[in-house]
Design a protein around this ligand. Structure first.
Ligand code: PDD
Length: 280
C-alpha cells in the first residue's frame, strides 16, 4: 500500500512519525473514515465539515482545505486501486520536542496521515446475517461528539463483546443507549417509528446517521430522536447500526435476547438498499 504522511506518498513500510507525536503520547489527534464505492468517495464534504469541527473544538492548528484533502484522498484511491473500501485520515496536534502536557508552541506543524483500506462494503456477511450486540457501561470521556483517536475503551468493549460471542458493543449511559463502539444505534418500534439518540456531546454525529435519517424521510418513516433503554431495544421490532464502514447493519440480538424474529428486519434492509443505491 501507498500511504500519505506529512506531505509525502510513501510505501507503508517506509512511513514514519516522531515518537513525540502527540497522537502517540496523548491521543491528541482527530480522524475521519470516508467510504469508497466504485472508486468514489461517499459524503466527503460531510466528513470534512465534521473534521473541521473536531479540530476547532480541540484548538489544533490545522486548516481544513477540502480541495487539497480531496486530491490526496483521490490520489491514494488511485495509487492503491481502491474500488470499494475506506480512506482513513488523521490530523494530530503534531510532534513537540519533548513529552509535555502543555500544548506545543504554535509553530509546531500539525501531523497529517492518510491510508486506504480495501473492504467489501456492498456484499457483506454481517449485513446478511445481522449482528449480535452486548451492552457495556459507557465509560468514555464525555466529548464523544469530537472524533478523537482516543479509542481504547471502544476497542476494549468490542473485545469483551467478542468474548461473550457478540459482534459489537452497545454503550449505556445513565440507563440509556448512547451508541455502538464505532457506530450509531437505532431501534424500530411497533409503529415502524425509527428511534435513535438525539445529537449531543454523548455521541458522534454520524455522517451516515444524517443520510439514513434522510432516507427514512423519503420512505415516509417516522423518526424520533430520543434515548432508549436496552430493555426497550430488546422488545423492539428491529434494531440496526450505521457507520461509514458498515452503512447499515441489522442487529438481531441484544444481550442474548432476540430482536423480533432474530433475523434482519425489513426496514434495516430497505434503508441499506436505498442508501447504497443513492451512492452508486
Ligand atoms: N466510526 N459513533 C462512533 C463512536 C463512531 O466511531 C462512528 C464512526 C460513528 C458513525 O459515524 P459515521 O457515520 O460518520 O461513520 C458513530 C468510524 C467508521 C471508525 O471509527 O472506524
Amino acid at each position: 500500500r501507498t500511504v500519505y504522511v506529512n506531505g509525502k506518498y510513501v510505501p507503508e513500510n517506509e512511513a514514519s512519525v516522531s515518537i513525540f507525536d502527540r497522537a502517540f503520547l496523548f491521543a491528541d489527534a482527530v480522524y475521519e473514515v470516508t467510504s469508497v464505492l466504485e472508486g468514489k468517495l461517499i459524503d466527503f464534504h460531510g466528513h470534512m465539515t465534521r473534521l473541521e469541527r473536531s479540530i476547532r473544538e480541540l484548538g489544533i492548528n490545522f486548516t481544513v482545505d477540502s480541495d487539497a484533502l480531496l486530491a490526496i484522498h483521490r490520489e491514494l484511491i488511485s495509487k492503491n486501486n481502491i474500488t470499494e473500501g475506506l480512506v482513513y485520515l488523521q490530523v494530530s496536534r503534531g510532534a513537540a520536542s519533548d513529552r509535555d502536557f502543555m500544548f506545543p508552541a504554535s509553530d509546531v506543524e500539525p501531523g497529517l496521515v492518510l491510508f486506504t483500506q480495501a473492504k467489501s462494503l456492498i456484499k457483506s456477511a454481517a449485513a446478511d446475517r445481522g449482528l449480535k450486540v452486548a451492552s457495556f457501561p459507557d465509560q468514555r470521556w464525555r466529548r464523544c461528539d469530537i472524533k478523537t483517536v482516543q479509542l481504547l475503551y471502544s476497542s476494549l468493549v468490542k473485545n469483551e463483546a467478542a468474548k461473550k460471542g457478540a459482534d459489537d458493543a452497545w454503550l449505556v449511559l445513565d440507563g440509556k443507549v448512547t451508541e455502538g463502539s464505532s457506530n450509531n444505534a437505532y431501534i424500530v418500534d411497533e409503529n415502524n417509528t425509527i428511534i435513535t439518540r438525539e445529537l449531543s456531546n454523548d455521541i458522534l454525529h454520524g455522517i451516515t446517521r444524517k443520510a439514513i435519517l434522510q432516507c427514512a424521510a423519503e420512505l415516509d418513516l417516522k423518526v424520533e430522536e430520543r434515548a432508549f433503554t436496552i430493555a426497550e431495544a430488546q422488545k423492539a421490532k428491529e434494531a440496526f447500526i450505521t457507520s461509514a464502514s458498515s452503512f447499515v447493519y441489522p442487529v438481531v440480538e441484544i444481550d442474548d435476547v432476540k430482536i423480533g424474529e432474530g433475523t434482519p428486519g425489513p426496514i434495516a434492509k430497505r434503508l441499506r438498499e436505498i442508501y447504497i443505491e443513492a451512492n452508486l
